[in-house]
Design a protein around this ligand. Sequence first.
Ligand code: MN
Ligand code: MN
Length: 320
Amino acid sequence: MTRPEEGPTGPIGPIDATRTPRYGGAATFARLPRTDQVTDVDVAVVGVPFDTGVSYRPGARFGPAHVRESSRLLRPYNPAQDVEPFALQQVADAGDIDCNPFDIGEAVRAVERGADALTGAGARLLTIGGDHTIALPLLRSVHRRHGPVAVVHFDAHLDTWDTYFGAAYTHGTPFRRASEEGLIDREASMHVGIRGPLYSRRDLTDDTELGFAAVTCPEVESDGLAGAIERIRARVGDRPVYVSVDIDVLDPAHAPGTGTPEAGGLTSRELLAMLRAFGDLDLVSADIVEVAPAYDHAQLTGIAAAHVAYELLSAMARRP
Ligand code: MN
Ligand code: MN
């Protein structure tokens, strides 16, 4: 197998696809080198194969492997953002964080420790889940370095519920816990793509009190993409931003492979267009969660998630 493409001085890029076919070899994200094959890492892509926090369909523990497998066709130049994300920064695959599948508390602590270890030398993280529970320990780690951050949370769901079956740490509660712990900037955080039935109107008033504004899917429909992007930028300003993408923000037609699908979501084209506008934001780290390959077809969800990751990496490259 061919080694990753080595520049004379710059970052080491993906394996040369003109010599080793894209479908061959072990899958790292975008066929990039592993973190142990490079010296300085600017962005680490790390998997969290954990789904013990789900409330409906399980299976997101297989998300990291599926997204890596679905990322083989990503190429070095991104014309939509006019940037070479793997040439301007060293991006490398850090493998997976080991998580206890039977003990959510222990898994949450492991994710926080794993994130701290990877960002200790200053790298940014792009995490592939795993269910949305993992956003809480990831935000704890981010907070330790950056203080309260503006969270831009793409999701069909608010994920600011209090408990399920008495459990405080689940995939429906990470942003309530994060707000309670002071991890997020309550003046600057927002949800994008919210839709579908709630338990009651109280869900929305609670959510506002926890510090979130929202661009709902019906508002994307009425105000258009430009309106949605403008509202996100106005809300976060020049603060440090953490982006969390629950793949169920996409319509089930675009991302069937997920645990709690809701009709009437964004198209993958709409989501990618929004992320392409993030190049001038101060992106500190990001995650993509809730990819559950057992319900996927023809890698639709995996490919969408891989391209979401690619646009986020490109946006990070534009503002090192
Ligand atoms: Mn969701
Ligand atoms: Mn979610």
